[in-house]
Design a protein around this ligand. Structure first.
Ligand SMILES: [Zn+2]
Length: 345
């Protein structure tokens, strides 16, 4: 198949997808479904992960009066036709082998279960989160912003999963936006503690995407090849403190603003930069994370660039509250309009 044919097939798949549905204006651009959460016979507890983080973020948001439950946008599950927009058939077929899935999500006992169970208990939650990331760009284009309380699987590329990432939701989100929203310039701001090697590989030779990646170079995935695809690489070594971090971020956003003029920003807002995170090894306070998110939203909103936020990594028990507090802060700062005033309810 020539690259032209491949592009036509991709376009047809995107245009026939059900994921880009119209959202009523009564909804707030916060995207989540209870099917995001993973519970798998208790074995999810073997991973140092809060596998129900996504649901807990929403519970905190509702309890704080930031949003009402009925205002949350529920996405559809990404189907085979959607995943094939980016993934190869051979990659998706490889997921039928439970051992491969176990390796990707780093939970060895998953290898012991037949595919039908792994599909239901592991793949389905992730596919729902992918549906949320894709829909988020459409919602952001209409409303100025959207937060998918999930997604951000930045280690997965078209042909390879890893590091808890099974599907390349960032790459998918952007390809849908190219076709459905008719845009041709996207900025990825990846502030998860880890390097976003998945989207970097996928957009390595694509000038329609500018990547700002701020990560700890001393931890997984050590993908030196993908590092060369980053437009603006900012390294934050183990032990970096809140003030150092925020100063570097401010400088990086300044450089980005003069380097590229995007029509959409995809913000990968991993919270594994939090002080005490066993994987990220950085020392950013909870308040520092709120200030980080505030800076990125201020950057986008001041320039009237639609922004999609994905919650990505950070699975300590404290992560959900940190994310919810940060979203509440965005609302208080009037950087997002949730139709309610936190603290007054
Ligand atoms: Zn991470």
């Amino acid at each position: 198949m020539s690259s032209n044919d491949a592009e036509t097939v991709r376009r047809d798949r995107i245009l026939s997808s059900k994921l880009y549905f119209d959202v009523p204006s009564s909804k707030v651009p916060v995207i989540y479904s209870s099917s995001y959460n993973i519970s798998f016979l208790g074995i999810e507890k073997l991973h140092p992960f809060d596998s129900k983080k996504w649901g807990r973020v929403c519970q905190f948001l509702v309890a704080a009066g930031v949003i009402r439950k009925d205002q949350i946008i529920e996405p559809l599950e990404a189907k085979m036709n959607d995943l094939l927009v980016v993934h190869t058939e051979s990659y998706l077929n490889s997921l039928k082998n439970s051992l491969n899935v176990a390796k990707i999500i780093e939970v060895p006992p998953v290898a012991l279960f037949p595919h039908c169970i792994v599909k239901e208990k592991v793949e389905r939650p992730f596919r729902n989160q992918v549906g949320g990331s894709i829909l988020a760009a459409k919602v952001a284009k209409g409303r100025g912003w959207a937060i998918n309380v999930g997604g951000g699987f930045h280690h997965c590329s078209a042909e390879q999963g890893g590091g808890f990432c099974m599907y390349a939701d960032i790459t998918l989100c952007i390809h849908y936006a190219f076709v459905q929203l008719n845009i041709s310039s996207v900025m990825i701001i990846d502030l998860d503690a880890h390097q976003g090697n998945g989207h970097e590989k996928d957009f390595s030779h694509d000038s329609r995407v500018y990547i700002l990646d701020m990560f700890n170079p001393e931890i997984y995935p050590f993908d030196y090849e993908a590092r060369r695809c980053i437009n603006q690489k900012v390294e934050v070594v183990s032990g970096t403190t809140t003030s150092e971090y925020l100063k570097k971020l401010e400088e990086a956003l300044e450089v980005a603003s003069t380097s590229y003029d995007p029509e959409l920003i995809v913000y990968n807002a991993g919270t594994d930069i939090l002080d005490g995170d066993p994987l990220g090894l950085l020392k950013i306070s909870a308040d520092g994370i709120a200030r980080r998110d505030e800076k990125v939203f201020r950057f986008a909103r001041a320039r009237r660039i639609p922004i999609v936020m994905l919650t990505s990594g950070g699975y300590m028990k404290s992560s959900a509250k940190v994310i919810a507090d940060s979203i509440e802060n965005l609302s208080k700062q009037n950087l997002i309009d949730t139709g309610s005033t936190p603290g007054r309810m």
